[in-house]
Design a protein around this ligand. Structure first.
Ligand code: MLT
Length: 325
């Protein structure tokens, strides 16, 4: 047995012991959960629900960090290069899949640089406008957008974001090009919609449903085949004969690659307790969002969901000739 062999074995033993100690002691301080879109938007709302629920189960504060910009890739890169010790997490949706197709020089890979913790939510989208938009119903909305396409401004949260994908599907389905206005998130986009600075937004329900119910904005259609239980009077876009347009947005939780397995298991456990928590489920449902089932709040389920989105949506955007840079 050579000296080098003994030395290597010892350092491996030391590393394993240190990892064990870290895992046993996890968490012993506040955790940061990065939501890479602006505060006040659907991503922020969902992240704060899970930060609140998971901190109960982990016994440590979870701080939400809204490092926004470049369709979520700036905040995502921050987590990718952070220490893989369980204290830096990422809550993100479809843009984790689309950014790799959109950005030539992305400083991370969505699969290779992250350890999935589990899926969290799934939810529909709705097409809304400023309150004084000149259309009385869905058919008039479709006719107006078809007739005025480039003069109608469409807000979204950057290429490859959920609101951009929905906007793209709407433009493809109506065969029009609208005037796209990018934001750092749909939170600020919704504020401008309420102020009449922009015309149309296709967004998730957490922000839009309360604003429609309080009459601050108008809803024309659920972006899919089914009406939303929260807005039963609002038709589904398919009711206007618009086909091939059905979008659902899922959020998932990730850690940087190399996070110790026992720590990942603790985080997955806390996420599973949170999606199983009836109070969490009710809060999300009131906003039109579903917490996934416990068996979906797993690394395997998130890994295959991400792969599927990279294969399908990434390809869709490239085919549409959409590029970020
Ligand atoms: C947000 O949180 O602002 C949205 O999820 C952004 C988007 O439309 O993807």
């Amino acid at each position: 047995m050579t000296f080098r062999f003994v030395r290597n074995a010892l350092s491996l033993l030391l590393a394993a012991t240190a990892l064990q100690a870290l895992a046993q002691d996890f968490p012993n301080r506040a955790i940061t959960m990065v939501m890479p879109y602006a505060a006040g938007g659907p991503g922020d709302t969902i992240t704060r629900v899970f930060a609140g629920a998971m901190q109960k189960h982990l016994g440590q504060q979870i701080v939400v960090d809204n490092t926004a910009g470049a369709s979520g890739s700036i905040g995502t890169a921050k987590v990718a290069r952070s220490k893989p010790d369980g204290y830096n997490l990422l809550m993100i949706h479809v843009s984790h899949a689309t950014n790799v197709a959109m950005y030539k020089s992305l400083p991370y890979h969505p699969v290779d640089d992250f350890d999935p913790i589990g899926r969290a939510t799934s939810g529909p989208m709705v097409i809304v406008t400023r309150n004084d938009f000149p259309a009385k119903n869905l058919n008039e909305f479709v006719a107006y957008v078809k007739a005025n396409g480039p003069k109608v401004s469409l807000a979204h949260a950057g290429v490859g974001s959920a609101s951009h994908l929905c906007g793209l599907m709407m433009m493809n389905a109506l065969n029009v090009k609208m005037n796209e206005i990018p934001y750092k998130g749909t939170g600020p986009a919704l504020t401008d919609l309420m102020g009449g600075q922009v015309d149309v937004l296709c967004d998730q329900t957490s922000g839009t449903v309360p604003s429609v119910k309080t009459g601050k904005i108008k809803a024309y259609a659920a972006a899919g085949k089914a009406r939303l239980p929260q807005l039963p009077e609002v038709p589904a876009i398919s009711e206007a004969g618009v086909e091939g347009f059905d979008i659902n947005i899922s959020f998932g939780l990730y850690a940087p690659k190399g996070t110790p397995k026992p720590v990942l298991a603790q985080l997955t456990g806390a996420l599973q307790k949170s999606v199983g928590d009836s109070e969490v489920r009710q809060r999300l449902e009131a906003m039109g969002i579903s917490a996934v089932s416990v068996d979906q709040a797993t690394p395997e389920a998130l890994r295959s969901h991400l792969k599927n989105e990279i294969d399908t949506l990434g390809g869709l955007l490239v085919k549409a000739g959409v590029k970020a840079n």
